[in-house]
Design a protein around this ligand. Structure first.
Ligand SMILES: Cc1cc2nc3c(=O)[nH]c(=O)nc-3n(C[C@H](O)[C@H](O)[C@H](O)COP(=O)(O)O)c2cc1C
Length: 361
């Protein structure tokens, strides 16, 4: 799988296979990372850490291959593999390959893979596949930290309730770090958002939201024009996270309603460095980082699996029917997706850094 230039990433397994995992090649050999830091990111993705996650509990311990122990850190010896063993498997719980769940990947997987597709619990399309993504993204975050770059995400909007956003003014890395230990990783309005999700749950429904991500300390000059742009690379990575249906940078779609005089980010000099006084461009001009923090937003659809009756078709008989989805599902995927967005962005940024510094293109 390759949205990247230097890094080569492969995620394997499925929701109810005995093992899932991720392989990552292209990391600089000899670099080290703290497995405990990766575990902390995994904890933030795990069900049970934040409100409204699926009752399916998985320990998500990562077994690393391709690394050797150096004190309490792991040294990258070449291509690395993050292996995760599924313990809480219940394949019969939810298999919808004959009567596809509206807006899940059941129908498109049937079209692509045929009727024998192993789609139990969403198969390779399941949100569970973000576990290995987060493990590998955690390593990318560690390598970026050593280069002075910190990638952090939080919920910007949940169930229609907006929290404080980078669009409202500067958001510091300390504020984001602090919100990660709340009941929801959101900068404000947690109670209001929780209430809105609960209301949807009482109605057997689901909700979506927006995850915002900021990369601090990104030097100017990463990326390039057209298809080699940083926005292209980051978008490709963010759209790999299941349920993401839109990505924007800086002020994003709101730019459509602004005049140039308001949208443009004026240049200034601070401490001998070129900065911009606003950051509507999200730290990227012409596909190249301008030295300001990278800011981006990813919109998540409401969880497709809901227990309300929904119209579908029986693919065997090609007749219309209804389904009520049973099984263990997140009422909203947004709180757990924060770690996945952070991980995907970190991998994309690390790839851009490696192109720039290691290969010297
Ligand atoms: C962390 C996470 C958990 C998810 N959990 C569920 C779930 O419990 N039930 C469900 O129907 N979809 C869940 N999804 C979303 C589906 O995987 C996704 O909607 C589906 O694969 C179709 O892909 P698309 O929405 O990107 O088109 C989850 C996504 C993420 C990121």
């Amino acid at each position: 799988m390759r949205p990247f230039d230097i890094l080569d990433i492969e995620i394997y397994g499925g929701s109810h296979t005995p093992e899932i995992g991720g392989k990552l090649a292209g990391l600089p050999e000899g670099e080290t990372f703290r497995p405990a830091a990766v575990d902390e990111l995994m904890r933030r993705r795990k069900s049970g850490t934040y409100l409204f996650s699926t009752p399916r509990r998985e320990e998500d311990e990562v077994v690393w291959e391709g690394c050797s122990l150096e004190g309490d850190e792991l040294r990258v010896d070449g291509a690395i593999t993050a292996r995760i063993f599924n313990r809480n498997i219940r394949p019969s719980d939810y298999s919808y390959s004959r009567t596809p769940r509206p807006s899940h990947a059941d129908y498109t997987a049937f079209v692509k893979d045929g009727s024998g597709a192993a789609l139990s619990g969403g198969g390779r399309f399941s949100g569970r596949m973000t576990a290995p993504l987060v493990a590998l993204g955690g390593v990318a975050e560690e390598l970026l930290l050593r280069r002075g770059i910190r990638v952090m995400a939080y919920i910007g909007e949940l169930a229609g309730v907006k929290g404080r956003s980078y669009l409202d003014g500067e958001v510091t890395s300390d504020e984001i770090a602090a919100c990660h230990s709340s009941s929801l990783p959101m900068l404000s309005n947690i109670d209001k958002a929780a209430e809105a999700v609960e209301k949807a749950m009482e109605a057997h429904d689901s909700v979506g939201g927006v995850v915002e991500c900021i990369a601090y300390g990104v030097p100017a000059g990463l990326g390039d024009a057209l298809f080699d742009g940083l926005e292209s690379k980051l978008s490709a990575a963010l759209f790999a996270v299941p349920a993401v249906k839109g990505v924007e940078f800086g002020a994003g779609f709101a730019l459509a309603g602004m005049r140039g005089s308001r949208a443009n980010d004026p240049f200034a000099v601070k401490d001998g460095r070129v900065i911009t006084l606003t950051n509507n461009s999200g730290g990227i001009n012409g596909g190249i980082s301008n030295g300001m923090p990278l800011t981006m937003r990813a919109v998540f659809r409401p969880t497709p699996s809901i227990s309300l009756p929904q119209r579908t078709v029986d693919l065997d008989t090609l007749t219309e029917t209804t389904i009520e989805v049973r099984g263990r599902h997140d009422a909203t995927v947004v709180p757990r997706a924060v770690a996945a967005v952070e991980a995907a962005a970190a991998l994309a940024i690390l790839d851009a850094v490696l192109i720039h510094t290691e290969r010297k293109l």
